[in-house]
Design a protein around this ligand. Sequence first.
Ligand code: ZN
Length: 179
Amino acid sequence: MKMKRIFKTVLLASMILIFANTNISAYVLYPHGYHSPSMTFKNVNLNSLYSTALINAAASWMVGTPASVFLQQDSSSTNTIVAGNYGQSWYGYYQPYTLNSSGEATRFEIRINGDRIAEDLLNGVTIVNTPQSAFAHEFGHALHLDDLSSGSAIMNNNRNREYYFKPTKDDIDGVKAYW
Ligand SMILES: [Zn+2]
């Protein structure tokens, strides 16, 4: 009876540990993010919908992350945010430039693809939060997070962009792990 109870306790403890492990970080760190958690960015040619989405996306990364994480629009910044019609495969793109000796970018450009967003709209998909979701994801790369193929994260490439348009606990844990 006592042995059984010990066995049950050990089994339960093991199950809790396994369960806890499955909840640990799905995030993957990315080497070519920006060289600092504090960054400015220049809005080059965004329309008003994208401009608002950009500001909201930047602000969303300053909730729950370390105080050193700071993203602010600045017309004199060398980090650029550009809208274009690039084809239909991706919503947003993070391009690092001039890597330092640690492989971190000293400048970056984020592109948003109007073609891809228009394609969703043509297919009857709601796009209210999609631009913000795209910018928040690309800022995630600037903050050293890599793409994921699943999970409750802004870094999941297969996320529902209407639902996931702000960083989640997993994303924030990843930023805390790097910075
Ligand atoms: Zn990505």
